[in-house]
Design a protein. Structure first.
Length: 175
């Protein structure tokens, strides 16, 4: 399914996670917005252990809830949201539950193939080839693409290289 068409966006327009989330029935929650979430666990997850997790997604009937790490930058959170929604789009099921004893929580797991698929799809949703080409045709710098798409500079550079748009542009400029 072409998700940009589903939400009435042209292929070169950025797809905000909030727009896709509305279509997929996905909600984003901050840990501090969860009633009865222990303050000491919240402090640990958003403090000392904040670099160890990005998000956790839970299915609730026909809806999905993503608890996100609000310590991360907005651009990283946008990429995380796209990754988590990619799990939903692909119909990935958790492979099991693992206990993190040091933190006292249960985490759902996915196998590496599912994680790789969600990484790939999430990156393509956030920075599709037509959007990157559109930006390059307007002489956007990677920094401008980053700001335009709410994507990290590292992710922009990765997608510019992996999508082939830089190679296509170089070949077109030679001819």
């Amino acid at each position: 399914m072409h998700w940009r068409r589903e939400v009435d966006l042209p292929p070169w327009a950025p797809l905000p996670s909030e727009v896709l989330a509305g279509r997929l029935k996905v909600s984003f929650l901050r840990p501090d917005a969860i009633a009865d979430f222990p303050a000491e666990l919240q402090a640990l997850l958003l403090g000392q252990r904040s670099s160890e997790w990005s998000a956790a997604t839970f299915a609730v009937n026909s809806h999905h809830v993503v608890i996100e790490n609000t310590v991360h930058s907005q651009n990283r959170r946008e990429a995380t949201r796209m990754h988590e929604m990619s799990h939903v789009i692909c119909g990935h099921r958790p492979t099991g539950i693992r206990v993190v004893k040091e933190v006292g929580v249960l985490l759902r797991g996915h196998d590496q193939e599912q994680e790789d698929e969600a990484d790939w799809l999430g990156r393509c949703l956030q920075l599709p080839k037509p959007l990157l080409g559109w930006c390059l045709n307007r002489n956007f710098t990677p920094e401008q693409i980053s700001a335009h798409c709410r994507a990290s500079l590292e992710l922009v550079r990765l997608r510019l290289n992996l999508s082939g748009v830089l190679l296509i542009r170089r070949r077109m400029n030679r001819g």
